[in-house]
Design a protein around this ligand. Structure first.
Ligand code: NAG
Ligand code: NAG
Ligand code: NAG
Ligand code: NAG
Ligand code: NAG
Ligand code: NAG
Ligand code: NAG
Ligand code: NAG
Ligand code: NAG
Ligand code: NAG
Ligand code: NAG
Ligand code: NAG
Length: 490
């Protein structure tokens, strides 16, 4: 292979150089870099790193030196590097403050000698193929402000020695296979603003130390097996939080009214947990909220009418709970809403006409509830709607021609298993983006509009179990494949 072939050549050049060149720390540094380069199986981006160019090493690609002429920065994100750090000569580069290899193809374990780089302020080894554990020697890097091992294949307990890194403000260990350490050995991190432990194998209760990091604005713990309740101090102390993602864990308990103390929160993601109880008015007192996801928990009762105060909301996802109230008309005040998902609850009202005021909606899913009554005529305001999913309710009345005149961006219309009736307006031919049309198990009647046959993007069509009469129009017959298998025949 290329590596093993080149390697001896470099070594002999190095030996030659070591004998002939004046020795000095700077040349040691340059040589140690070349030695590491020669161990890599892919390093095409490092052309300037050459034995003929040693005197220039402070200007090599990705290298910068400090005023004393020592290498202080190695900045090689997304540089196509493949290989290991085994031959990286840490002790030759003790002035390094920045070590950034984000987004390469580096593998193997992280050498303990990394702990020698005690001047490091930034260490970014994210998005590589590293395996093995974080060496406890990491605890010697007490100047670190930015530390990321995210998106690797690393394992083991998170070493408590990370607790020595008292200056760290960005800590990202996400997307690895890390396990829970003894969190009680973790102290507070006064400067920490960004903490990501998401997508690991952590199965503890909520780590206490987190609630003492009072500067946190971003906290991501999703896709682990955290259990127990969220400590009240998260709400009452971490008042700078803007982003909180606890999705896909095993947290439980009710949502505390103290959550209102998080007055800067924009993102609250609590889906796929075991939270229960009512959602209280207090949620509505966080007017900064933009994305609220509570899906797949055991919330019950009503959506408080105060929800209408959340006028910055873009996403509201309450699907897969046990809400059993009416759908509050105050949702119509959420005019920035783009996605509303209330599917699989027990909402039992009609659809409030005010919902038609949310004209930025692109996704609306009210399926699998107990909704009744007609689609409000105001739905013709939903000019941005792409996905309208109402399957599995008791909705009645007709689909008005004005709907099809304005729903020009519609991609999917899924209203099966309701009690819709009347004729299907020929304006359906205007829905040129339509991909899915599922109308079965209703009481539509009259003839199937031949205009359906003009819908070039249509791939899925199901008109079965209705009361259509007459022939299947020739154009509809053109639709190949799927429509037939979906029992389209009236
Ligand atoms: C030496 O390094 C400098 C700075 O990166 C670069 O511009 C130059 O092309 C290199 N020369 C050789 C022979 O590689
Ligand atoms: C690092 O820098 C200090 C001075 O800032 C210097 O004394 C020391 O020799 C340098 N070490 C290396 C390995 O470059
Ligand atoms: C570098 O790190 C290794 C492994 O932790 C250690 O044995 C060695 O003493 C360190 N060298 C220096 C100069 O700090
Ligand atoms: C938050 O960080 C600032 C510096 O960014 C620091 O001065 C302050 O002490 C920290 N606050 C707390 C409560 O740790
Ligand atoms: C929250 O975490 C889940 C699970 O990791 C992820 O799919 C989702 O994109 C996150 N939400 C946001 C807004 O980052
Ligand atoms: C809200 O937080 C306070 C502390 O600030 C605490 O005393 C109270 O019990 C919390 N409320 C609930 C419902 O837990
Ligand atoms: C925190 O929330 C509680 C409601 O549970 C409220 O009584 C209290 O005033 C809030 N504290 C602050 C500082 O907003
Ligand atoms: C709901 O959450 C539970 C627990 O996290 C999970 O096992 C289940 O697959 C989720 N259900 C859906 C439909 O996503
Ligand atoms: C909703 O469910 C709760 C608990 O099951 C019940 O006490 C309440 O009466 C229900 N409310 C409505 C409007 O059906
Ligand atoms: C919704 O359910 C409640 C409680 O079961 C009931 O009183 C109410 O009449 C229902 N509303 C509709 C529109 O079915
Ligand atoms: C679609 O949404 C945009 C904002 O995203 C809004 O300005 C526009 O009025 C909406 N279109 C319609 C037809 O309502
Ligand atoms: C179906 O249509 C026929 C005539 O077109 C009508 O007599 C019948 O009542 C309709 N059935 C339903 C369930 O709408």
């Amino acid at each position: 292979m290329k590596t093993t072939y080149l390697f001896p050549t470099y070594l002999s050049l190095l030996t030659l150089c070591l004998c002939l060149c004046p020795s000095g720390a700077a040349t040691d540094e340059a040589e140690s870099l070349i030695r590491w380069k020669s161990s890599l199986s892919s390093s095409a981006s490092l052309k300037s790193w050459s034995v003929n160019n040693i005197s220039n090493h402070c200007r090599w690609i990705g290298i910068r030196c400090n005023d004393e002429g020592f290498v202080s920065r190695i900045d090689l994100p997304v540089a196509g590097l493949a290989g290991t750090l085994d031959l990286f000569h840490f002790t030759a580069l003790l002035n390094l403050t920045t070590f950034n290899l984000n987004g390469n193809y580096l593998y193997g374990s992280i050498p303990a000698a990394l702990g020698n780089l005690t001047s490091l302020t930034l260490l970014d080894l994210s998005t590589n193929l590293f395996s093995g554990a974080i060496p406890p020697e990491i605890g010697r890097l007490t100047e670190l402000r930015y530390l990321s091992f995210s998106k690797n294949h690393m394992v083991g307990e998170i070493p408590y020695q990370i607790g020595n890194l008292r200056k760290v403000c960005f800590l990202d260990l996400g997307s690895n296979y890390f396990k829970s350490p003894d969190w009680s050995r973790f102290p507070t991190f006064p400067f920490l603003t960004h903490l990501n432990l998401g997508w690991n194998e952590i199965n503890s209760e909520f780590p206490h130390f987190i609630t003492t990091c009072l500067n946190l604005t971003f906290l991501h713990l999703s896709l682990n097996t955290f259990t127990g309740q969220i400590p009240e101090t998260l709400f009452t102390k971490l008042v700078k939080l803007e982003y909180l993602n606890l999705t896909s864990n095993s947290f439980q308990g009710p949502l505390s009214p103290n959550i209102t103390n998080l007055s800067k929160l924009k993102d609250l993601h609590l889906g796929n947990n075991f939270f229960s109880g009512n959602i209280l008015d207090t949620v509505s007192l966080i007017p900064s909220l933009q994305n609220l996801e509570l899906y797949n928990n055991s919330f019950v009762g009503e959506i408080p009418t105060s929800i209408g105060l959340l006028t910055n909301l873009r996403t509201l996802d309450l699907r897969l709970n046990r809400f059993n109230s009416s759908i509050p008309r105050e949702l119509g005040l959420l005019t920035n809403l783009q996605s509303l998902d209330l599917r699989r609850n027990r909402f039992n009202s009609s659809i409030p006409r005010e919902l038609g005021l949310c004209n930025k909606l692109t996704y609306l899913d009210l399926s699998q509830n107990s909704l009744s009554g007609p689609l409000p005529p105001s739905f013709s305001n939903l000019g941005n709607i792409s996905y309208l999913i109402l399957t599995g309710n008791s909705l009645t009345g007709e689909i008005l021609p004005r709907f099809f005149k304005s729903w020009r961006k519609l991609i999917a219309l899924e209203i099966l298993d309701n009690e819709f009736s009347g004729e299907l307006p020929s304006e359906i031919g205007l829905l040129t983006n339509l991909d899915y049309l599922f109308l079965s198990y209703n009481s539509f009647s009259g003839s199937i509009p031949p205009e359906i046959g003009n819908l070039q993007k249509m791939r899925w069509l199901d008109l079965s179990i209705n009361n259509f009469s007459g022939e299947i129009p020739r154009g509809v017959n053109r639709l190949n494949g799927s429509w037939k298998t979906m029992h389209c025949i009236p």
